[in-house]
Design a protein around this ligand. Structure first.
Ligand code: AMP
Ligand code: MG
Length: 492
């Protein structure tokens, strides 16, 4: 038995689901970072992972025993246009690992060389996108957002040609699975009903086991995916996270966030904010994310029509009803999250104005998203704010006073104690998010100077997003005007 114990259920699916493909070796692998906590959770020996042998595996130079490497095939709508054939063009699924708790996870290498689905691409990744994905996905995990994770990253010793020659890297990514809306689209578009059924069985088995007991397991699976997506997007909205490429090939049916290409957290609140350098129409702007998720789910429902019911009219009806539930589910998750952020036990009809006015004022006065809510936590129990206070970093402008008074008046109606309320607000309103200018600085340091210390410090700090210490003020500080990053680029 090798250092990783594999159990590869996806590789047991028939050959139309993937192409068998080994990673393409690289010149001179070197370690960037290993995720000790995640390795332990997966029952992978951390010391091995951190060793020369582990580095060679992550770089793709050795295929560990038990791995059955493959590139999966899928389709997808990219910026609204259908692409019938995509697939892992720069990623290889090494296999699946059972965690010490018995949960199944994909272990994938990203940036591991060309595959049959690379089209014109080189199958590689520069170090920048690898570091971005590492830092942001791990931060998301610590913020409680379902997400793929980073197990390890290595350099390759090879250069990658983009606008300039950049150092290459590989990321080992962990996900509950990498099955996407686009995976269903691929078979639906080919009218391959047998494969569509097999894929659904596989997804039900792995992610929605309760659906097996339903009269219509496919419908139950669809409803499960819709509900997971509603929760996920609410999470994003409540943190000011902008995904940037919500194409249907980038939406996992397990409900985890994937693809940290042009993503970013907002600094100043602006509902029209877009980061992706190629998103000229603002399709994936912050305020659009719930509607786009709804649209993506309708694409999934459409793909499932042939297997939702034998009678197509009935299938359409079932799909439509399931899809129609999304807006309310999103709203409910969003409202519950917002009540926690504001220190309220529940938001009722009478609070709608209070909440809407806050968003309005934040946008009008370009308030920092993260610090606005963190400062509210300070103010939830004034006087007790001393140690964790962010007052030195952020103070509400005078114009916010009337709103703050309304909020305090509303808080006075709550039955919870002030200190309990504050404690809970401190646990729900983070002080540290992966600020885009800090992520960019870490990438620049690594790319231009081979300095990984900046990256390591950022990852370390983001492991405790709710615990403020003044020594770490730099990581909680919004960018100065000349530090603001206005665009991020796809990791291609
Ligand atoms: P993304 O925009 O990152 O979701 O990628 C869209 C598609 O392009 C996926 O099928 C990727 O596998 C593929 N792709 C992106 N970058 C590369 C690359 N450098 N080499 C090969 N394929 C790529
Ligand atoms: Mg993608």
């Amino acid at each position: 038995m090798g250092p990783i114990t594999f159990d590869n259920s996806y590789a047991r699916l028939p050959e139309q689901f993937y192409a068998r493909q080994t990673p393409v070796p690289v010149a001179a692998p070197g370690p960037i970072r290993v995720n000790r906590q995640l390795a332990e959770q997966l029952g992978i020996d951390v010391n091995w992972l951190d060793s020369e042998a582990g580095t060679q595996v992550i770089a793709g130079n050795t295929v560990p025993s038990g791995s059955e490497p493959l590139a999966s095939v899928y389709a997808g709508h990219q910026f609204g246009g259908y692409n019938p054939q995509l697939g892992d063009g720069r990623a290889i699924l090494l296999g699946e690992v059972l965690s010490v708790e018995g949960r199944r996870f994909d272990l994938q290498l990203k940036g591991s060389g060309r595959t049959p689905y690379s089209r014109g691409g080189d199958g590689r990744s520069p170090i920048g996108p690898v570091l971005r994905e590492y830092v942001v996905s791990e931060a998301m995990h610590r913020l409680g957002v379902p997400t793929t994770r980073a197990l390890a990253a290595v350099t390759t010793g090879d250069k990658v040609q983009r606008d300039s020659l950049l150092p290459g890297a590989v990321l080992a990514r962990v996900a509950s699975s990498h099955i996407r809306i686009g995976s269903f689209q691929y078979f639906a578009a080919r009218r391959d009903i047998d494969s569509l059924k097999l894929l659904s069985d596989h997804v039900i088995e792995r992610h929605y086991p309760d659906a097996r007991n339903s009269d219509n397991p496919i419908l139950a699976m669809l409803e499960g995916i819709i509900s997971q997506q509603a929760q996920l997007i609410a999470h994003w909205q409540l943190l000011g996270f902008i995904h940037g490429v919500m194409n249907t090939d980038n939406i996992l049916v397990c409900g985890e966030t994937i693809d940290y290409g042009p993503c970013a957290f907002m600094d100043q609140f602006n509902p029209d904010q877009v980061f992706s350098s190629i998103d000229h129409a603002g399709r994936y702007a912050y305020r659009q994310q719930p509607a786009i998720a709804h649209w993506n789910l309708s694409v999934l429902a459409q793909a499932l029509l042939p297997i939702l019911d034998n009678e197509q009219e009935r299938a359409v009806e079932l799909a439509q009803t399931a899809i129609n539930a999304f807006p309310d589910q999103f709203l409910q998750a969003n409202t519950e999250g917002m009540s926690r952020k504001l220190g309220l036990q529940a938001i009722s009809g009478q609070d709608t104005g209070l909440v809407e006015d806050l968003w309005q004022l934040m946008a009008e006065h370009s308030l920092d998203f993260t610090l606005t809510f963190r400062r509210l936590a300070d103010l939830a129990d004034e006087g007790a704010e001393a140690e964790g206070s962010v007052a030195e970093l952020f103070e509400f402008p005078e114009i916010m006073q009337p709103w703050l008074e309304r909020w305090h008046t509303r808080l006075a109606q709550e039955s919870t104690s002030r200190s309990d309320r504050q404690a809970s607000m401190y646990c729900t309103n983070p002080v540290f998010i992966p600020r885009n200018h800090l992520v960019e600085a870490a990438i620049l340091a690594a790319t231009e100077r081979g300095d990984l210390a900046t990256f390591d410090q950022l990852v370390d700090t983001l492991e405790n997003p709710y615990e403020y210490r003044k020594a770490l003020a730099l990581f909680a500080t919004p960018p100065k005007p000349d530090e603001v990053v206005t665009q991020t680029f796809c990791g291609t």
